[in-house]
Design a protein around this ligand. Structure first.
Ligand code: FE2
Length: 304
């Protein structure tokens, strides 16, 4: 077993890359490479890309995780069903190993992609909290436009057998369980919010989830933005762009993020989030029923 350090990117296929690029840019991603058959997009953080689209029938085409070392990639290549270590033919280069999960999703483990320089981020707004004034004589004026995506945060897939899939991912990539969700009988765990195991280092509350409910397939991928204002600016941008809203705006219970979910032109759900919980390897596992897990601290999961 290796311990991956983060999610790297998600892949989709779509028949019209012009239309997809209009969406990715309105969503707040920045195009890195665009040709007849590929669209690579990044955030402002120094990652080569976080969202990949290939020309083809619309669909989810897989998830990639970042390995901590080239040695770890060699170990993954020894696993049953794994490819050899291959060069990545994409911006930033690097190496990867490909696998197929129990539901037929492609999973890549990557390492050594060249890190580009970070992109400038719109200055976060100093906030005048009721008990902590920060802005004196300075007007709050935000620039309309897309929410600038910083990085990819997590991916969620619906699976036919939760235990089989969760064990498959955890036993290969070292994921820890942050919170589990049970349905009816307490022993009937149907999903687990899984995070990376980087020891004392604090990481996102969840990087990957398999959900053992509903039709198996892609559920959503989530991208971090700077702050609440960014989420709201991004909401307006996507609304004005005529895209379909999926859920939000609200604040999750599990993971605590402020969230806003939108659909790309082919119905794949992408989430903007900000202010998520960070845990290290010593955090205990929480157990929740679905009402709590899908509840919000404020706002709602409804579209609108
Ligand atoms: Fe999410």
């Amino acid at each position: 077993m290796i311990k991956v350090k983060d999610i790297a990117y998600v892949r989709f296929s779509a028949p019209d890359l012009d239309e997809m690029e209009r969406f990715t840019q309105d969503f707040g991603l920045v195009t890195v490479l665009r040709d007849d058959d590929h669209l690579y997009s990044r955030g402002t953080d120094p990652d080569a890309y976080v969202h990949v689209v290939e020309r083809g029938e619309p669909g989810f085409a897989g998830v990639a995780f970042e390995a901590q070392s080239a040695e770890d990639l060699k170990a993954v290549a020894q696993l049953e069903g794994a490819s050899e270590v291959e060069k990545i033919e994409a911006p930033g280069g690097g190496i990867r190993v490909r696998l197929v999960d129990p539901n037929g999703n492609q999973v890549e483990v990557v390492h050594g992609r060249e890190a580009p320089s970070p992109l400038p981020v719109r200055k976060p707004s100093p906030l005048n909290r009721g008990s902590d004034r920060q802005r004196f004589g300075e007007l709050q004026r935000l620039e309309a436009g897309p929410a600038q995506v910083k990085r990819i945060g997590h991916c969620v897939v619906r699976v036919s057998d939760f235990n089989e899939s969760a064990d498959w991912y955890a036993s290969r990539f070292g994921f820890l369980r942050s919170d589990e969700v049970y349905l009816g009988d307490e022993s009937n765990t149907v999903t687990a919010f899984m995070r990376c195991d980087l020891g004392e280092t604090h990481v996102d509350h969840h990087t990957f989830l398999c959900v053992g409910l509903g039709e198996p397939g892609f559920d959503h991928a989530a991208f971090e933005v700077e702050d609440f204002d960014s989420i709201m600016l991004g909401h307006d941008q996507l609304k004005n762009g005529g895209y379909e809203h999926h859920a939000g705006i609200g604040r999750h219970v599990l993971g605590s993020q402020i969230f806003d979910y939108w659909k790309d032109p082919w119905g794949h759900v992408l989430e903007h989030f900000s202010d998520g919980d960070l845990l290290n390897a010593s955090a205990p596992i929480g157990r929740f029923d679905p009402a709590t897990a899908l509840g919000t601290q404020w706002g709602s999961f409804a579209a609108g």
